[in-house]
Design a binder for this molecule. Structure first.
Ligand code: UDP
Length: 149
């Protein structure tokens, strides 16, 4: 086991993880949580929910208008999503590392996407998980998905 983070440790931060509808559908929610916990991160909040167009427009604000945006929204609304807020030292970078590259075909084996996702012809990449890309994004996204936190 690892030394638990000190409460005043400035490297402790939070990030938002989403198990996307493909991951939930394929029964990979537990596998994602298992990897997060095995790495030494702490679960702060977990909720299974259905995304709405408004929530996704805010969550994916940087992608609104791109070619893959509407297919992405349709995919993200194709079934329930497991939203998870997690905490730990350098967890934003750390979870991105666990998740692997966006394109599951190219993601390294050993990562969540590399082990469980493939991408092929269609415009939208079904890649099992989302992880915030910076501490600023994480704060914004956690407020969106967990307004009570
Ligand atoms: N995406 C896609 N096609 C693209 C780029 C992105 O389908 O050409 C989807 C994919 O599901 C990805 C999400 O949009 O995870 C957000 O894209 P981003 O570039 O932020 O990748 P991420 O941070 O999720 O790796």
């Amino acid at each position: 086991t690892q030394t638990p983070p000190e409460t005043n440790d400035p490297t402790v931060e939070r990030t938002l993880v989403l198990v996307k509808p493909d991951g939930v559908r394929r029964g990979l929610s537990g596998e994602v949580l298992r990897r997060v916990e095995a790495k030494g991160y702490t679960l702060v909040a977990v909720e299974l929910l259905d995304a709405t167009p408004g929530l996704l427009a805010e969550h994916y604000a940087e992608h609104v208008g791109k070619e893959f945006y509407q297919p992405l929204v349709d995919f993200m609304m194709s079934g329930p999503i497991l939203a998870v807020a997690i905490e730990g030292q350098r967890v934003v970078e750390g979870f991105r590392s666990l998740a692997g590259a966006t394109d599951g075909t190219l993601a390294s084996p050993g990562t969540i996407r590399g082990d469980f996702a493939r991408s092929w012809g269609s415009k939208v990449m079904q890649n099992i998980v989302h992880g915030s890309d910076s501490p600023e994004s994480a704060a914004r996204e956690i407020a969106l998905w967990f307004p009570k936190l």
